[in-house]
Design a protein around this ligand. Sequence first.
Ligand code: GDD
Length: 316
Amino acid sequence: MKVLITGISGFAGSHLAEYLLEKDIEVMGTIRWRSPRENIKHLLSKVNLYDCDLKDLSAVDALIEETKPDMIFHLAAQSFVPSSWRFPAETINNNIISELNIFEAVRKARLKTRIQIAGSSEEYGFVKESEVPVKESQPLRPLSPYAVSKVAQDMLGYQYFKSYGLNIIRTRAFNHTGPRRGEVFVVSNFAKQIVEIEKGLKPPVIKVGNLSAIRDFTDVRDTVKAYYSILLKGNPGDVYNIATGKGHNISEVLDMLLSLTDTDITVERDPQRLRPSDVEILIGDASKMKKLTDWRAEIPFKKTLLDTLDYWRERI
Ligand code: GDD
């Protein structure tokens, strides 16, 4: 089996590549010439990389013609919510056009490729406490340009399945974290600040944003297993949540991280880290995908936090 991962050098992409290689699957990936390769440096001899700007249709046509993948995991995206307020047009353009180009290329090449679309729990956006854990039937009320881009990706996946019979499986992953997570995302950011303080590189003050938000965190190593299981066993045209069903508020996450260091650290609210509209609560119900697969989130959250701290301890 030949698998193509868009965004292979990113956070989820690198973990997915590692997992598929363990299964002796042939792994190909797209990368931009300017993308850092740090996350996949240990995999470079085992994967085939294609330098491809997914926003360029002729480049994507050529990529699909050459690789003819059995499966595509479409993970490449602008994925940081605050950047989508700073660069809304770029986020919308990048996330939607890249996906459209993949659909068009697969459609024109008349391939039976199974395509996973990495949607997000951010699509649910404004959720009332009485509505959690949310199922896939929950109304979509996106609260950021990023979330709108993911709703559009999701709907295009549905439309290309209905219109052309493309084998598209849509996933809505809730937050995932772990080693290699970009330093802007909450767990990785707090972990990196703690390690910088441990190493005496900054004063013992950790800067934080909105601590009252609640998120459902899966370890990325579990999330990528879910992606593979559901792409194998899911029904084309359908959409599946990937979640643990358990919420943690961000202040609890901060306390858990602080309990994993011996250093005394004080907490300071940084107004720059607040968002024009934050999603206050996201907890997911993944029973739909669990009925079709034997996937279960296995890695305890405390281990995820510890591994993320250790990742930064090794690097800084
Ligand atoms: N990044 C960040 N930095 N977030 C903070 C901070 C901080 O210093 N302090 C508090 N938070 C809060 C945010 O306001 C948000 O409520 C929560 O922590 C999580 O923030 P992020 O880690 O930036 O993730 P996200 O929930 O906005 O989005 C992530 O999860 C989505 C799935 O639900 C991203 O990975 C998205 O790409 C993904 O789709």
